[in-house]
Design a protein. Structure first.
Length: 211
């Protein structure tokens, strides 16, 4: 059995898929695909992802793209601890959290806060302060909403780690590198405690971006 994940380790969505694979104990190969390469997306990659995004997944000729589809397939197709709740209501909350992260958190917390405050200045460019200012209330709403949705226990759904935690972790990993993000998270005890738990996972350390 050959499992390949295509993408770059800096990508939030590639990291989500890698976290799921590692938590399930699935041996896999990360095949480098850099969407920001000056040469652009390799022509062969369009066969794996028609829109040229990352990640894409392949297992013995079976191919998938879109991170949520990959994550759910890996959880359901491989042995290991279940990463989705068995009960319908808890699973619905998990899916709601993942939808919230995709629709609201990723753009505001990663692109509008981390990239503007940390990544662009590191590359010698000016931050867009208006963009940061507009994103911070959205980020705060995301954190406060996650705090309200969070069940009792160390993880977002309670006592068991789920896809919701693994989806959120790479987004927060970038957000807290910005001083505004770190301060905002520290101001929310429930989500700060969650962050300490997820950041201590061996899978989180194993997927730390190299750049």
């Amino acid at each position: 059995m050959t499992v390949r994940l295509y993408g770059a380790d800096y990508s939030v969505y590639v990291r989500i898929a890698r976290l799921v694979l590692i938590e399930k104990g699935v041996d896999h190969e990360l095949v480098p695909v850099d969407v920001f390469s000056p040469e652009g997306i390799p022509a062969w990659y369009r066969d794996l992802h028609p829109f040229g995004r990352i990640p894409a997944f392949e297992r013995d000729g079976f191919r998938l793209f879109e991170t949520s589809a990959i994550a759910r397939y890996v959880d359901e197709a491989f042995p290991g601890p279940a990463l989705q709740p068995a009960k319908a209501r808890a699973r619905a909350v998990m899916n709601q959290i993942i939808g919230l992260l995709d629709a609201y958190a990723y753009r505001s917390m990663v692109w509008d806060v981390y990239v503007e405050r940390v990544s662009k200045p590191r590359a010698g460019h000016m931050s867009d302060e208006n963009r940061i200012a507009a994103a911070l209330p959205v980020a705060r709403t995301c954190i406060e909403t996650l705090s309200r949705l969070k069940a009792a226990g160390p993880w977002l759904l309670g006592e068991e780690l789920t896809l919701a935690d693994l989806h959120a972790a790479p987004i927060f990993a970038y957000f807290v590198r910005a001083p505004e993000g770190s301060a905002m998270l520290e101001g929310n005890p429930a989500m700060s405690a969650w962050w300490r738990e997820i950041a201590a996972r061996p899978s989180f350390a194993a997927t730390e971006p190299t750049s």
